[in-house]
Ligand binder design. Structure first.
Ligand code: ZN
Ligand code: ZN
Length: 351
């Protein structure tokens, strides 16, 4: 990964508000800008300073090439303050989404001469367009999840509980070489399938259950995300029609993916299909979201989205319908937006 290039682009973005430095406090942003996987903060400046502690000193020196490493016996905030003092910075930006009120107070008190400026979502904006290496890791995570799902499907039988199945998926992923799951697996059987984000239970699957499987793997810090809906035994009434409508909605959403297209428009394309099928009300969430170091990040595909897709974005397309008492259906795949169209990263078969 080109961490120095990312730091250069971040500093360039800060030149707009005329800031020479940024206090990077979001843990994933420290990793994104340095490669460092331990705990600490980064003073992003011409000479970047990684502020960690003795526990992570070895990793910091190994991983954060091009950064000065500071690992004194003090809190990460204190060492960040010391780095700002050392660099004699008159103005410094901070990340308002991750610097806590208590930390901000300490920094402001310790640096009465320095102006602290909130600069929201600078690094988030850089993360939107993935580099080829990032896309390769996401694709690898998606492929491992595809394989673990394939191993899981024969185990979906009456008597197996949601927790047992989630554990089996996790085990397959770890054995296949993933770092782990990218989020707690969702295995939602029967009535639970009507909950878009169901929590795992000890309920055993029964004949006739719809099962929503929302699963992801993590590789090199990068996430994948995919959902499949299957049925144990005989499907409940109207399953085939409703599944077909969700499938057609997903196809319409996928066909709408293009660089330059707004996130709201892609959502619209899929939503119209479900509205025409009389299921618009049951599609109770946005169509998709970005995936990267976080399983939910920008850009968003929804009615409220203000994003415009760009080549290098990685997004899900996941229409779903939820009918209390009957069950739910969601189908989710992962795509990378390219100059011409979109390339699918998930490959598990659908009904
Ligand atoms: Zn998902
Ligand atoms: Zn998702």
């Amino acid at each position: 990964m080109d961490y120095a290039g990312r730091r250069a682009r971040a500093l360039q973005a800060l030149a707009g508000p005329d800031l020479p430095a940024l206090l990077v406090t979001h843990p994933l942003h420290v990793r994104y800008l340095t490669g460092f996987t331990g705990e600490g903060f980064l003073l992003l400046a011409e000479t970047p300073v990684l502020c960690t502690d003795r526990r992570f000193e070895v990793e910091a020196r190994e991983q954060a090439a091009g950064c000065q490493v500071s690992a004194p016996e003090m809190s990460h905030v204190q060492s960040l303050i010391a780095a700002v003092q050392e660099a004699a910075l008159p103005r410094v930006g901070f990340e308002p989404d991750s610097l806590t009120w208590a930390q901000h107070t300490r920094v402001a008190e310790a640096l009465p001469e320095a102006e602290l400026v909130a600069v929201p979502r600078v690094i988030e904006a850089l993360r939107l367009c993935k580099e080829p290496e990032e896309i390769a890791l996401i694709a690898q995570a998606a492929a491992l999840a595809d394989r673990a799902l394939e191993e899981l499907l024969p185990a979906l039988a009456p008597g197996r509980t949601e927790k047992q199945l989630a554990w089996q998926f996790t085990q397959s992923l770890l054995e296949a070489g993933a770092e782990g799951v990218s989020f707690a697996p969702i295995v939602a059987g029967g009535p639970h399938s009507a909950l878009p984000h169901a929590a795992l239970t000890d309920r055993p699957l029964q004949n006739g259950d719809i099962v929503v499987l929302d699963l992801g793997a993590q590789v090199g810090g990068y996430c994948s995300d995919m959902t499949r809906t299957v049925v144990v035994g005989d499907p409940p009434g109207e399953f085939a029609e409703r599944y077909g409508a969700v499938r057609r909605a997903q196809e319409a959403g996928i066909a709408a993916l293009a660089a330059g297209r707004s996130g709201a428009k892609v959502d619209r394309a899929a939503r119209e299909v479900l509205e025409e099928a009389g299921l618009g009300e049951q599609f109770s969430h946005g169509l998709g979201h970005g995936v990267g170091l976080e399983v939910h990040e920008g850009p968003t595909l929804s009615r409220l989205s203000t994003a415009t897709l760009e080549a290098g974005n990685v997004v899900t397309v996941e229409p779903g319908i939820y009918l209390a008492g009957w069950g739910g259906i969601r189908i989710e795949d992962l795509f990378v937006i390219e100059e011409t169209g979109a390339r699918q990263l998930t490959a598990a078969p659908k009904l």
